[in-house]
Write a protein that binds this ligand. Structure first.
Ligand code: ZN
Length: 113
């Protein structure tokens, strides 16, 4: 790019700028690929970030209306600390055991009353 002459420095700068951009643009296929990858991974990150946020802020599913709950009677014991509890209501007849001390509780002999 030539700054001397009577064409004016601004034209020279503008021409040089344009040519520079053009020069950058031609061998930029790899750049375009990288930018594409960047957008792709950004999109993936964005999506997973939203999903993570949603899973963290989402409330647990609402319990079904009381009419749909089954009356059950099961006793569970925590194998870690020994606490025992009785489950009297569940959405189905065979609910998964509750957790205590980060472990699934063990079902004690079922009670029928
Ligand atoms: Zn426990």
């Amino acid at each position: 790019m030539q700054l001397q002459g009577s064409s004016g420095w601004w034209n020279a700068v503008a021409n040089g700028y344009r040519r520079g951009r053009y020069d950058d643009f031609v061998p930029a296929v790899s750049t375009i690929i990288w930018v594409g990858f960047g957008i792709f991974f950004g999109y993936i990150l964005w999506k997973s970030g939203i999903a993570m946020l949603r899973s963290m802020t989402m409330l647990p599913p609402e319990p079904p209306p009381t009419g749909e709950l089954r009356k059950i009677s099961r006793k569970y014991r925590c194998d870690v600390c020994g606490v025992e509890m009785k489950m009297t209501m569940a959405p189905d007849d065979d609910p998964p055991p509750p957790r205590h001390c980060l472990e699934d509780m063990i079902e004690v002999a079922p009670l029928y009353d």
